[in-house]
Design a protein. Sequence first.
Length: 405
Amino acid sequence: MAALNKKSVDDINVKGQRVLCRCDFNVPLKDGKITDENRLVAALPTIKKLIADGGKVILCSHLGKVKTEEDKPSKTLAPVAKRLSELLGQEVRFAADPEVVGANARAAVEAMKDGEVILLENTRYRAEETKNGEAFSKDLASICDVFVNDAFGTAHRAHCSNVGVTQFVKTSVVGYLMQKEIEFLGNAVENPVRPFVAILGGAKVADKLNVIANLLEKCDTLIIGGGMAYTFAKAQGYEIGTSLCDDSKVEYCKEMIEKAEKLGKKLLLPVDAVTTDHFPDPIDDAAIETQTVDVDKIPADRMGMDIGPKTREMYADAVKNAKTVVWNGPMGVFENPVLAEGTKAVAKALADTDATTIIGGGDSAAAVNQLGYGDQMSHISTGGGASLEFLEGKELPGVAAANDR
Ligand code: AMP
């Protein structure tokens, strides 16, 4: 497991040191207001630890995509500094600076006392950030003695603020959130308590090819739902009407079905589907007409939009006796309440099981939280893309860059 042999904030003494802590404050904003603060809350344990240990805590993060100068005003981290101050019960000074690490930020760092906290401007104000450019990496390194990476959500990317900076700082460690994410996901994939059930959904097979292949080797049961299930249904020889299908991946799905058989793994595919006659419009089709049919009887002019009741029962049953469950991706077009029953059923099954349950970020995390099952899961990842790459068995650059124990 990659991160367990990485140094963490527990392995260093930051008293009087300038600590640059890369967090994932990439939160949704509406009219300057944070609409989901899970990522801020998840970052608190590391920040509190660094404050308690007497570090000068310099926080940084990206926020959204910054492509042009015009994007910048709506992508400032200023609202995050304000909310973070409230959550911490201590001022988080916002170091407004168009250069992120320019004269203003440097002056703010210079003036810091032990235990104080500042937040730098959105790292993507600097175009080099996403290119892992040397100048910005050096700028970031120049204002700190120690680097802490607690941004799991970006750990699958090699950018200045999570990877480049480590080349110019002597001490680089991971924070508690990063540690927790990797312990849960790492244990699930590399050392699971069995039976280990993996559930994959979402739109396209193509996005999850490596996850399917890797999880099939690691798990005992692999459950497939969502849009990608219909390419599998086609591979099983069924007509799937106008359901989402990736024709170039039908062969791949056949190979996976054969691989599961060869490895003696259970591969569960939908046996029935909730169908509609068109893809629902989010506003006009709130009460879209549906018909539930067996998966081998989807009419030519209809599309599979959710797993049907027999499939829901079968999937819930498979989860019941599991000891470890990992879930990534919705079972249907859950944005429409009529087509959310499959996703709800899986969320409920996970809430009801005694297994260690791990939600791999993104839509499934949002669904679980919306349904009020959030606190019944063992772990909800803060990183959709990062958790998927982890489930693919890839080493994440943001983790690899931290010092080994
Ligand atoms: P992903 O980003 O790959 O996890 O996909 C999430 C998206 O998949 C959601 O927006 C769902 O609406 C969509 N989705 C789930 N099931 C289906 C389906 N049967 N047909 C088309 N899209 C689907």
